[in-house]
Ligand binder design. Structure first.
Ligand code: HEC
Length: 149
């Protein structure tokens, strides 16, 4: 089965930025100075937006261990979907196949909250720090990523 690309997803960070700028401008025009623009928890990624864990060999290696424990049953130990086991699990080695975005915060949100039909949420099993380490490991699988330092 071929993967369907959702090209619209790629635009989301830009839309988020525009929405954020809109909110900031709205606050400045309205109740300027009274309240700072607070992030709406419902629209911000539950795991936070910025990866606080440096993309380094140590975090990638810790992420690999966590990945093998938690993700390999569906995504394979090397991030390639195990055809036959869970045929629909995304091949995580190729970011252009990602339907839900391949930025750090997209990947962490997918892990934390789950996506689609077959990808379960891990917010009860994994700490945010562990999720970010897994994000670093997933990125290390990509041809286009620099090797971790
Ligand atoms: C029970 C099987 C299963 C497990 C366990 C699982 N996944 Fe998934 N995962 C899937 C399936 C199926 C999809 C595709 C969902 C869809 O697109 O509808 C998916 C999608 C994803 C995506 C989104 C890719 C995209 O299209 O943007 C990411 C990222 C991901 N998985 C990472 C992980 C990580 C990291 C773990 C371990 C913490 C994990 N998965 C564990 C089955 C699983």
């Amino acid at each position: 089965m071929g993967k369907v690309h959702a090209f619209g997803r790629k635009k989301k960070p830009v839309l988020d930025l525009l929405a954020f700028v809109g909110i900031v401008l709205g606050c400045v025009a309205g109740i300027s100075g009274i309240s700072s623009a607070e992030q709406d928890p419902a629209t911000s990624s539950a795991a936070g937006d910025k990866n606080p864990i440096p993309y380094e060999r140590q975090s990638v290696s810790a992420g690999r261990t966590l990945f093998i424990q938690n993700c390999s049953s569906c995504h394979g130990t090397n991030g390639k979907a195990q055809v036959g086991a869970v045929a629909s699990a995304t091949d995580l080695t190729t970011p252009k196949f990602f339907n839900y975005g391949s930025a750090d915060n997209n990947i962490s949100a997918a892990i934390k909250n789950g996506v689609g039909n077959g990808m379960p949420p891990f917010n009860d099993e994994l700490s945010e720090t562990d999720i970010w380490k897994i994000v670093n490991f997933v990125k290390s699988l990509w041809k286009e990523s620099p090797p971790p330092t």
